[in-house]
Ligand binder design. Sequence first.
Ligand SMILES: Cc1cc2nc3c(=O)[nH]c(=O)nc-3n(C[C@H](O)[C@H](O)[C@H](O)COP(=O)(O)OP(=O)(O)OC[C@H]3O[C@@H](n4cnc5c(N)ncnc54)[C@H](O)[C@@H]3O)c2cc1C
Length: 393
Amino acid sequence: MLNFDLTEDQIQAKKTYQQWVDQYVVPFADTFDEQQETPQSLINQMAKDGHLGALVPVEYGGVGLDPLKWGLFCEELGRSSASLLSLVTVQSMAIQTLVKWGSTQQKEKWLPKLATGETIAAFGLTEPSVGSDARNIESSAVCNDDGNYVINGKKRWISFGATATLYLVFVQLNNMPVAFLVERDMKGFTAEPIKGMLGFRSANLADLSLQDVLVSEDSMVGKPGFGFSHIAATALDQGRYSIAWGCVGLSQAALEASMDYASKRVQFGKPLVEHQLIQEMLTEMIVETKAARMLCMHASFLKSSGEPSLIMETSTAKYYASKAATKSTNSAVQIHGANGCSSDFPVQRYFRDARIMEIIEGSSQMQQIIIAKAGHQEFTVQQRERNAQSNRG
Ligand SMILES: Cc1cc2nc3c(=O)[nH]c(=O)nc-3n(C[C@H](O)[C@H](O)[C@H](O)COP(=O)(O)OP(=O)(O)OC[C@H]3O[C@@H](n4cnc5c(N)ncnc54)[C@H](O)[C@@H]3O)c2cc1C
């Protein structure tokens, strides 16, 4: 049975996250956006307060947060800075992948360092010529005579790629996708920062280049052929879940800013909030933010219970929440008028960041394909059951 009410413990956790972002992120997020960089001091603060290792199991030194509390944390980060949300998203993608598919040796080596934030991880799937069609990545690994692997290739748009020290990189090995852990200080590896993005401007993005990077067999995560179906799928499901919750936060931020502005700004003799066409936009924002939050709660419920339909429900939540964020932030700019287009107000940042949400972790079109396929399968199974029932009756 689904219960959408938070428990006392969850309410307390949400308050703690709220206070943390209000202290460390909200007052500075616009500056980081302008400077196009998240400073190391904030990353250190996150590490110190356990936020980078929140999903690492307790036995490896992490917090072992449950899916709902993780979602509540992502919502708060999304409310304050989508760029910072992307830091914990990529860190959590590496963590969940290692927890699920890492060897004992990989877990023992990396999870304690990811828990303390000593290691910052990034996720390297996209390439200059390959985005949505990720199965067809072109980077490659070749096994040499010693049983080690030589990696060559390029990765593009890698969140916190300019900061990370560990990279989960996807390549082809004999035409089979495979994932490797690549370290920043390995010979032949370089990370080049990317500036000038529309949104996620302080996500420390980078282009990665791997030229004859030599890695041992111990660095392979899972088996050859598992790269996309198992490793990337686990990481992307985690990424979508985190981003979906972050979009709820982004919509909430747009709503709160709009309510505040519309209550104070007077046109035609009354506050904007009393004009019915403004009320229509506010209503849509309220309803869509709530609906997105419900879908995220549903996904968190399924994640906690290990339900196999989770992947489809995570996609549904990400699809809806990112669209809601685009719409809500668009309305927020509209409600703010010219002020909404100026750097004096944060809604222009919300709007630019929301636009990115529909592209990362599988674009809206990719989610539509996943949801429609899964929906069709569900429909076929139900039809079969109904037919069997009517034949029996
Ligand atoms: C700020 C930011 C951060 C990012 N961080 C990371 C990261 O950390 N790691 C990483 O690996 N990648 C990252 N990415 C890359 C991101 O995952 C890709 O941009 C995304 O997968 C889409 O790929 P693409 O941009 O190459 O678009 P393309 O795949 O070229 O698609 C272009 C358009 O065509 C549509 N399209 C493609 N195929 C179809 C189809 N079959 N049917 C209908 N429409 C289709 C897409 O939806 C999109 O609208 C990031 C991107 C951004 C902008």
